[in-house]
Design a protein around this ligand. Structure first.
Ligand code: GUN
Length: 282
């Protein structure tokens, strides 16, 4: 049976390290602060935002919460971001996605000052990542790399198969795996030979949003399986994009859902925000 990668435990370790960083900043009278903006009442987004705020509290960081109604005008949101960009006591700004359809997501993400863009979604940070410059890294992608490193699973020279090409996960994790000297294959909904490609993967990252999509016949013995999916089934249970029960014997290592990649995303968000506060002190 493969090793079960305990993302919750690794995220807790990171949070303990971050507590120390927060204390050091506070000794210098810097209060690391994350501003979280939620527009509308999407239940999943409400849970994500609430978890982010709780995690800030846990490591001793301040969070400012802006919960705006569904019919908030685009220019109102832009003004709020501008105001937060100018506030010296705010180090990170996060706008929870998705936004209501009358608001143009790209315009909003472009407005966030790149040095406060703790999600790493601003084109400046996306560009910096792609040319290997220092940047805020998108939290889930960075969390996956951290999970692999802290589990002593090497990336260099490994064939990494990424399923899903989203801006939030698929594209940035591919860039990061490449930066770690992996050989990366990016697969998506139009890939014709997905099964054959997956069967060649030493590391598979599933981030496509389809419950139990990756099955045992699609993987090779000893493959490292990273599951980014969070799918709610009709029976109320949550499952990933990888068939955990079917794959766990054949895999070399596998992340569970929940308690796998999810907790790492939040830990890396806190990491980014504290990094932002540290940069501010220079
Ligand atoms: N919606 C789903 N994932 C994310 C994320 O990582 N950041 C933000 N801001 N919104 C999201």
């Amino acid at each position: 049976m493969g090793k079960i990668i305990n993302g919750k435990q690794i995220a807790d370790e990171i949070k303990e390290e971050l507590k120390e960083k927060v204390k050091k900043l506070q000794e210098k009278e810097i209060e690391p602060t994350l501003a979280v903006i939620l527009v509308g009442e999407d239940p999943a987004s409400q849970i994500y935002v609430s978890n982010k705020k709780k995690a800030c509290e846990y490591v001793g960081m301040r969070s400012l919460s802006y919960e705006l109604p569904e019919d908030t005008r685009e220019d109102t949101l832009l003004s709020l971001i501008k105001e937060l960009n100018n506030r010296e006591d705010v180090h990170g700004i996060l706008v929870q996605l998705p936004l209501p359809s009358h608001i143009e997501e790209e315009k909003i993400l472009m407005m966030i000052a790149p040095e406060k863009d703790v999600d790493g979604f601003h084109p400046m940070n996306v560009g910096a990542l792609s040319i290997g410059k220092k940047a805020f890294l998108p939290c889930t992608a960075a969390g996956i790399i951290e999970l692999l490193k802290r589990s002593n699973l090497s990336i260099e020279g490994k064939h990494c198969v990424v399923i899903g090409r989203s801006n939030i996960v698929g594209k940035p994790v591919s860039m990061l795996l490449l930066r770690e000297n992996g050989t990366v294959t990016m697969c998506h909904s139009r890939t014709t030979n997905l099964k054959e490609l997956c069967q060649q993967g030493d590391i598979i990252v599933a981030a496509l949003g389809k419950p139990n999509f990756v099955t045992a016949d699609m993987i090779k013995h000893g493959a490292v399986l990273i599951d980014v999916g969070i799918n709610r089934l009709e029976n109320g249970k949550v499952c990933g994009d990888i068939d955990f029960e079917g794959c766990k014997e054949k895999a070399g290592a596998i992340t569970p859902v929940p308690r796998g990649v999810g907790p790492m995303t939040i830990a890396m968000l806190l990491y980014n925000c504290i990094q932002g506060a540290e940069q501010g002190e220079e």
